[in-house]
Design a protein around this ligand. Sequence first.
Ligand SMILES: NC(=O)C1=CN([C@@H]2O[C@H](COP(=O)(O)OP(=O)(O)OC[C@H]3O[C@@H](n4cnc5c(N)ncnc54)[C@H](OP(=O)(O)O)[C@@H]3O)[C@@H](O)[C@H]2O)C=CC1
Ligand SMILES: O=C([O-])C1=[NH+]CCC1
Length: 320
Amino acid sequence: MASIVYISENRVRELLNWEETYKSIKCALESVSKERAFQDKRSAIKLGNTYNFLFSMCGGLSDKTYGGLGCKLFTYFPENFRKNEPALKANIFLLDEETGSLKAVIAAAHITDWRTAAASAVATKYLHSENNNVLAILGAGSQGKAHAMAFKYLFNFNKINIWNRTTERAKNVVDELNQNNDNTSANKVFVAYDSIKECVKDADVIVTATSGNETLLKLEWLKKGVHINAVRVNPVYRELEDDIYKSSDVYIDYWEGAKYELEGIKDLGVEFKGQIGDVIARVIAPPSSDRISVFQSLGMPVEDCAVARLVYDLHIASNV
Ligand SMILES: NC(=O)C1=CN([C@@H]2O[C@H](COP(=O)(O)OP(=O)(O)OC[C@H]3O[C@@H](n4cnc5c(N)ncnc54)[C@H](OP(=O)(O)O)[C@@H]3O)[C@@H](O)[C@H]2O)C=CC1
Ligand SMILES: O=C([O-])C1=[NH+]CCC1
């Protein structure tokens, strides 16, 4: 029996790049439209009388390059900051598609950040026209930062505005990103804001990636035809005010998850237009350019399978 490979967070960071992550996630998103994705909603177990949760996301993706079979197990312990530990801890168990044997255990916090940002990037490419001058990001946590990096790399935004509840954190992230980008330029691409309204008012594309229970974004602040990637996942709390959903064309990643986790949005009387994969596969049309579009992201098991396969192949290929 072949030995089981362990791939650490640091090794994942060395291996992943945005081009391949984007391609693997585009493949995973499209697979739901081509009956090449086998997955169900994620399971969530509340751990007793705490706010701690254990989640699992299992599935299989059939594809020559990015196909994989596996399961991501992750915990969300919100009080971990008291121990100086991240709230989210994740590992993917990658299985052999022929036999079901365990091939690898891959640390998956970085994978989760990158594949979620790549999914927003794919949704933006397929739902939004090429008018991408200003990007606004609400939230400078792990997801906010990964989105800032992905969108800088994959698009041509002239300005990337970042708002965070704690302004100091937005400033720190902006300084770090400007330094990595080009520390000689007088016109810094990344700019920190302490007002949400100011941050989003000129934005062509918006990402919301916070974990609070507050409604952050108002319809009256938005430009006509803006595209929004709504990343926060919670069945009750939403970052966008209800009027935004009611006035927009709303797309999702997969029906199996949406049926359970997005009931609150459906209860507003919002009919989802369909899956991003259906737009990629040209089964449904993208929105017209004067409409507000929303990608309501949940995160799919097959996204994790696709990136786990990518990381595994890169690891094996460079581990000679
Ligand atoms: N769609 C998907 O596939 C995925 C979605 N997610 C979702 O992304 C979101 C962000 O996750 P992640 O970046 O990892 O989390 P982090 O813990 O790294 O960051 C949390 C962010 O939320 C902000 N925040 C917390 N409370 C509030 C509040 N009341 N009002 C405004 N902002 C607040 C924090 O601001 P501050 O710095 O001030 O504390 C910080 O910017 C979560 O909701 C998570 O569920 C995560 C993974 C995948
Ligand atoms: O898809 C995912 O991994 C997650 N979605 C919400 C929290 C984590």
